[in-house]
Design a protein around this ligand. Structure first.
Ligand SMILES: [Zn+2]
Length: 103
C-alpha cells in the first residue's frame, strides 16, 4: 500500500474513530478495502486509536491528548473534532503503518 492511500484512508477514519471514542453509534460505515486482511488492519487501527483519545473518569470524560474536561459525550466529540483533528489523523496513520508492517 502506498503512503497516498494511507493518508486518504486516515482522513476518512477521523470521524469514525472520534465517534467510537466517545461511544456514539457509527452509522453507515463501510470499509472499501482491497483485501479482507487490510480490512482487519483498518478495524484494529480504529480500535487502538479510539481507545487512546478519551479518559473516562466515572461519568466524566476528559481529553487524553490535552487533559481538558470534563465534557459531555457531545462536547467531547466536538472538542476532539475541532481541536485535535489532525493529531488524530496522524495517530491513525501511525497505527495503520505499524499494523501493516506487522502483518
Ligand atoms: Zn484535547
Amino acid at each position: 500500500m502506498v503512503a497516498y492511500n494511507i493518508d486518504i484512508i486516515s482522513e476518512k477514519l477521523i470521524d469514525v474513530v472520534i465517534r467510537r471514542a466517545v461511544g456514539f453509534k457509527i452509522r453507515n460505515f463501510k470499509i472499501k478495502a482491497s483485501s479482507s486482511a487490510f480490512e482487519q488492519i483498518v478495524l484494529r487501527a480504529i480500535e487502538s486509536t479510539s481507545k487512546y483519545l478519551v479518559n473516562k473518569s466515572g461519568m466524566q470524560l476528559y481529553c487524553n491528548i490535552c487533559g481538558k474536561g470534563p465534557y459531555t459525550r457531545k462536547g467531547m466529540y466536538l472538542h476532539l473534532l475541532r481541536t485535535h483533528k489532525y493529531e488524530i489523523k496522524n495517530m491513525i496513520k501511525e497505527d495503520l503503518r505499524e499494523l501493516e508492517l506487522a502483518s
